[in-house]
Ligand binder design. Sequence first.
Ligand SMILES: Nc1ncnc2c1ncn2[C@@H]1O[C@H](COP(=O)(O)OP(=O)(O)OP(=O)(O)O)[C@@H](O)[C@H]1O
Ligand SMILES: CC(C)(CO)[C@@H](O)C(=O)[O-]
Ligand code: BAL
Length: 285
Amino acid sequence: MEIIKTVADLDRFLQPLRDKGKSIGLVPTMGALHQGHAALVKQCVGENEVAVVSVFVNPTQFNDKEDFRLYPRNSDADCALLESIGVTVAFVPSVEEMYPEPDTRVFDFGMLDKVMEGRFRPGHFNGVAQIVSKLFYAVKPTRAYFGEKDFQQLAIVREMVRQLAIPVEIVGVPIVRETSGLAMSSRNLRLSEEQRQEAAEIYRSLRLSTDFVNEKSIQETLDFVTNRINQIDGLRVEYFDIVDGNTLQAVSDWNDSAYVVGCIAVFCGDVRLIDNISYKKIENQ
Ligand SMILES: Nc1ncnc2c1ncn2[C@@H]1O[C@H](COP(=O)(O)OP(=O)(O)OP(=O)(O)O)[C@@H](O)[C@H]1O
Ligand SMILES: CC(C)(CO)[C@@H](O)C(=O)[O-]
Ligand code: BAL
């Protein structure tokens, strides 16, 4: 596996492969890799002749400086994992390399980034769009892989690609969970063993609430999940929204949409975790 640190070296390495018509897969990550990332990377390696994984903790998407400072970083272990999966290139740039000057681009995603994560992490998705677009320009991937754990991010990346007319196929990968049901996340590294057990209540409550579809109202479902999780000492729901899976706008009745998803953010101590569940997905409507 090549470990490449600059855009110029990356381009020098990839251009001959592009010239030969090889398919290139990209998995953007912020490192501290776990089995959730591994699922994306394995799929990328399986579906492309060349697999590039970027490891870069992107400063422009952190609205909270402390969250950026405390974000787990573990680049040797990351590279070892990527090599064991058969990745072609680990792209590990510095902040100066990706931002030689401040990126002043402001994206307009309409309502997509005004709700949920966008509401509680202002500027977050603008930063995500800045770095993901730079990575797309640098790698020129055939396909790029994103986890469904970051459900809103996936919708925004699809919208960004549409707006900028970038020729890349965006592939969404299902959430990988611990045995307890807790969605794997780099931030889980910051949880104590006791907090990890508490945090399992997030998915337990989401799962239980799937029985509510068409049986109880959306409001009762919102209250059920929020109250159950808030009852656990150490957990605090920041938001729980039930939305249309495409527009991300809140639905007030199960029949309002053919694709209904519940998205949640919960503080476990001072660690912020997100998760989501699909309540209903009727294809081709
Ligand atoms: N448990 C998971 N299942 C599926 N995809 C995941 C999972 N965790 C992360 N991903 C995906 O991996 C990619 C890189 O994510 P990132 O490096 O931010 O890791 P993370 O675990 O989501 O970290 P955190 O949520 O703590 O920021 C994203 O597309 C994300 O959706
Ligand atoms: C897509 C991403 C790597 C951009 O920094 C990040 O938001 C993430 O890890 O989900
Ligand atoms: N996985 C999304 C990256 C972030 O929380 O900033």
